[in-house]
Design a binder for this molecule. Structure first.
Ligand code: PLP
Ligand code: COI
Length: 354
């Protein structure tokens, strides 16, 4: 990997906002650290990233992001251990996925060194913003969008790649009850469901609002053909435990290849928890709920970590999950967060020192 750090331009803030932040009472992604990384694509190439004070952007009203939604993002977290070391979790995978999303949205791919070394430089500068309280972390939001101008419905000729960070507490507060979707779809074969495209999330807001009005926090998306298969949640992959077996759907054109999901599969396999990656029908889950073999459901994602689901609604009926003394969700959450925060050995080589 070529080194760009030595000549990365850093403009430091003149007045840090850190003293105004209550690190004991952090929401998710609502206060932002002092600096951001900005990288421009112009004249047919990505230019070296710069670090500058966090500030609003100026964009032309005809910028294609506003009209055609050419926009993608990633989600990551940084953790600080007791010895003040800073850690990331599988960051190269986020960089790879960003470029997979970029390709699908006809955005020029970013050199890996700009992502990785830019991110490291930003975290070194804003290290004091990484919270250490249990369950909190510095949430990292890399994103890329069309800043180039024009109403022509075609890819832009200019883009911006930005990384902002936000000291954050948990994504969900309280229990997570989900609605299994029967009408709306998040994605379709041949579409952009596997990409972290901004529009995938905008398209979920309205059906999720409807679900919230009925008392559910999240929608579980089903396939767009017949709404027969469990796919994923709005911001998480889904795991279901039937008997002792953990089941999650295979990734596809329609499902995001979650880094937490694949880590959980690997962790569970290494601990002899039976795991099946296979298509899972809604009727199998409903039947299991009825006959008592449905033990757990949980969502998995960077922001949500592992979030147990307390119950689900389907076709107007609510099903509660049992309250078990010990759960896979709790166990796997501890295993994964201990690895992420350097409290446990990392036999998989997932941790990345900043
Ligand atoms: N599925 C969707 C739609 C998501 O937005 C996310 C969050 O990033 C995930 C799954 C989980 O992916 P990861 O574990 O890589 O964060
Ligand atoms: C993440 O888990 O990092 C995500 O990107 C989900 C986001 C929609 C909050």
């Amino acid at each position: 990997m070529s080194t760009i750090i030595n000549d990365i331009e850093i403009i430091k803030t003149k007045s840090s906002k850190i003293n105004a932040v209550d690190f004991d009472d952090l929401k998710f992604g609502s206060v932002f650290s002092d600096h951001m990384l900005v990288c421009d694509y112009k004249d047919g190439k990505w230019h070296k990233p710069k670090i500058m004070p966090y500030a609003p952007l100026t964009l032309d009203p005809s910028a294609k992001i506003f009209h055609y939604g050419q926009s993608i993002f990633e989600g990551m977290k940084a953790y600080k251990d007791d010895a003040d070391n800073v850690w990331l979790f599988r960051p190269e995978d986020n960089c790879k996925r960003l470029n997979i999303s970029a390709k699908r949205l006809a955005i020029p791919e970013l050199p890996e060194a700009y992502f990785m070394e830019g991110l490291v430089a930003l975290l070194q500068l804003d290290k004091d913003w990484i919270p250490t309280k249990d369950g909190s972390s510095l949430y990292i939001r890399p994103f890329m969008f069309a800043s180039g101008q024009g109403f022509h419905a075609s890819p832009a000729d200019e883009y911006k790649f930005i990384i902002c960070t936000a000291p954050s507490g948990s994504y969900f507060s309280g229990e997570v009850k989900v609605l299994i979707e029967e009408k709306y779809s998040r994605s379709a074969d041949g579409g952009v469901g596997f990409a972290k495209a901004g529009g995938n999330y905008a398209g979920q807001f309205y059906p999720t609002q409807l679900a919230k009005e009925k008392g559910y926090q999240q929608v579980i998306w089903t396939d767009d053909h017949k709404h027969e298969y469990i796919e994923e949640a709005g911001a998480m992959n889904i795991f279901v435990r039937i008997g002792d077996t953990l089941i999650t759907g295979p990734t596809s054109d329609r499902i995001l290849d979650g880094i937490t999901r694949k880590s959980i599969i690997q962790l569970a396999e290494s601990e002899n928890i039976p795991v099946e990656v296979r298509k899972l029908t809604v009727s199998e889950v409903v039947d299991a709920a009825k006959n008592g073999s449905l033990k757990e459901m949980f969502g998995a994602g960077t922001a949500a970590v592992i979030s147990p689901i307390s119950g689900f609604g389907y076709k107007g009926v609510d099903y509660d999950l049992p309250k078990l003394e010990s759960t896979y969700a709790e166990y796997l959450k501890k295993r994964i967060t201990d690895i992420q925060t350097n409290k446990a050995e990392d036999p998989f080589g997932w941790r990345y020192k900043v």
